[in-house]
Design a protein around this ligand. Structure first.
Ligand SMILES: *Cc1c(COP(=O)(O)O)cnc(C)c1O
Length: 230
């Protein structure tokens, strides 16, 4: 099942790239393995997947400690400042930075461990009450303070789009986030790259790719439904 799912997702990514005149290698697929067993991760590694996303620190650490070979871990969920110290030297990218306080803590722990951490700024692009992430009006102020931190590198933006039945309904949000990325990039801020646009999940990753996504975070589409009760 995993193998077929992965093939299907990759085919759909390719088709979305063709449809929008983009190249397949511009889009990185992150397999979101939250709640799924290490055995599933090992199978995917055999199939060539090296990018995995987790939204809980403890679960990420458990998997990091037990996986049979090096893979890239993405922290995609909300991160509490008191947990930063456990992961700064384990993750390749933190997608969910949405405050200066959190960025400062990441910087402090990165300094202690003599490392540099790549981050994305999480934007609440649809202004939903229930979502983490900053409002797009606040982003310049946030970025121009975080970019002064020595051991953090801002690589781009991330959003979790609204949960909708029709993925087309999210197109406008993806387009807006891409525009925001371009606006920020055009300012050529120090220590800010703006190369990565992390947007699109199982329900809407094709639309996200058509609107410029460079990282799609797919859980259910690869691993099947999650069961939170086990
Ligand atoms: C769970 C999760 C995903 C994957 O969701 P699916 O709908 O299963 O693809 C992507 N991004 C974040 C931040 C998540 O928490």
């Amino acid at each position: 099942m995993l193998e077929q799912n992965l093939l299907d997702v990759n085919t759909r990514i390719k088709n979305a790239c063709i449809k929008s005149g983009r190249s397949f290698n511009e889009v990185t697929l992150i397999a979101v393995s939250k709640t799924k067993p290490l055995s599933d991760i090992e199978k995917l590694i055999q199939l060539g997947t090296l990018e995995f996303g987790e939204n809980k620190v403890q679960e990420l650490i458990n998997k990091y400690d037990n996986v049979s070979q090096h893979v890239n871990w993405h922290l995609i969920g909300h991160l509490q400042t008191n947990k930063v110290k456990y992961i700064v030297d384990k993750v390749s990218l933190i997608h969910s930075v949405d405050s200066y306080k959190l960025a400062a803590e990441i910087n402090l722990e990165a300094l202690k461990k003599n490392t540099t951490v790549d981050i994305l700024i999480q934007v609440n692009i649809a202004n939903e009450d229930t979502k983490f992430g900053i409002q797009k009006e606040e982003i310049f102020d946030l970025i121009t303070t975080i970019n002064k931190l020595s051991n953090i590198k801002i690589k781009g933006l991330m959003t979790i789009a609204p949960f909708v039945d029709n993925p087309e309904d999210n197109r406008i949000h993806f387009r807006n986030l891409n525009q925001l990325l371009l606006d920020i990039r055009s300012k050529n801020l120090d220590n800010v790259d703006m190369l990565i646009l992390s947007m699109g999940m199982t329900n809407d990753y094709e639309v996200a790719i058509e609107e410029g996504s460079t990282m799609v975070r797919v859980g259910t589409g690869i691993f099947g439904e999650r069961n939170y009760n086990i």
